[in-house]
Design a protein around this ligand. Structure first.
Ligand SMILES: [Zn+2]
Length: 222
């Protein structure tokens, strides 16, 4: 009996990035978690403009290259408190830990309330659809980003380009590749991404209909 070919063997003729799209859409490898980097970061990197409260209750804002203490500003404080407070009405959590704060920013709820909320969804049978919906939206964001990067790459593709040297001279460089082949590969990848986006959008709206049917329209995100 012939040995069954693995997915890798069968598809090693597929262009690499096309395979990433296929794997993403059909869930052969969960890229979404890795790409969006949910967990595992010890040191939090702050974005410029981001505001947060440290463990001493001090309010900070990240500026370009430095952070400022904004404790004096009451409106900022109340805004922050809202951002960093669990939105659940029955929340009994008094002091949020680091994981809670991260979760609140991402989901609006602390870990206890989120667990409670998800348990309710499990009981009424909504949970698998809710999970699938979250995953589908993550995949959609991922493939859209991928497609944009392919399009940027295609638009910026040139065989000849100029490089300015340290002493200010302009040097002409020629990239030694089969430019038509690279272009065609990229176009195929863009097409693949578009197909994937259509598939994911269909899945997303089917799941939205299901969530409405289950009386959970509040779970639908834009
Ligand atoms: Zn809570």
């Amino acid at each position: 009996m012939a040995k069954r070919k693995s997915w890798e063997e069968k598809n090693n003729n597929i262009h690499k990035s096309r395979k990433v799209i296929i794997d993403t859409v059909f869930g052969r490898e969960d890229n979404t978690q890795r790409v969006h980097g949910y967990e595992g970061k010890v040191e939090e990197k702050r974005e410029v403009g981001e505001t947060w409260v440290d463990s001493d209750g001090k309010h900070w804002e990240q500026k370009e290259g430095y952070k400022v203490n904004v404790s004096q500003m009451d409106d900022v404080r109340s805004y922050l408190e809202k951002l960093n407070t669990c939105s659940s009405e029955n929340c009994k959590n008094i002091k949020y830990g680091y994981a809670d704060k991260k979760l609140i920013r991402k989901t609006g709820m602390c870990s206890n309330c989120l667990a409670e909320f998800e348990t309710k969804l499990r009981i009424d049978g909504t949970f698998p659809f809710y999970e699938d919906y979250k995953l589908t939206r993550n995949k959609l964001a991922y493939v859209r980003d991928l497609k944009m990067r392919y399009e940027d790459a295609l638009n910026g593709l040139k065989v000849n380009f100029e490089q300015i040297t340290e002493d200010g001279r302009v040097e002409n460089w020629k990239w030694d590749v089969d430019i038509d082949k690279v272009k065609n590969d990229l176009k195929r990848d863009i097409d693949g991404a578009s197909e994937a986006i259509d598939t994911l959008l269909e899945r997303k709206s089917a799941l939205e209909e299901k969530l409405i049917e289950l009386n959970h329209a509040e779970l639908i995100k834009k």
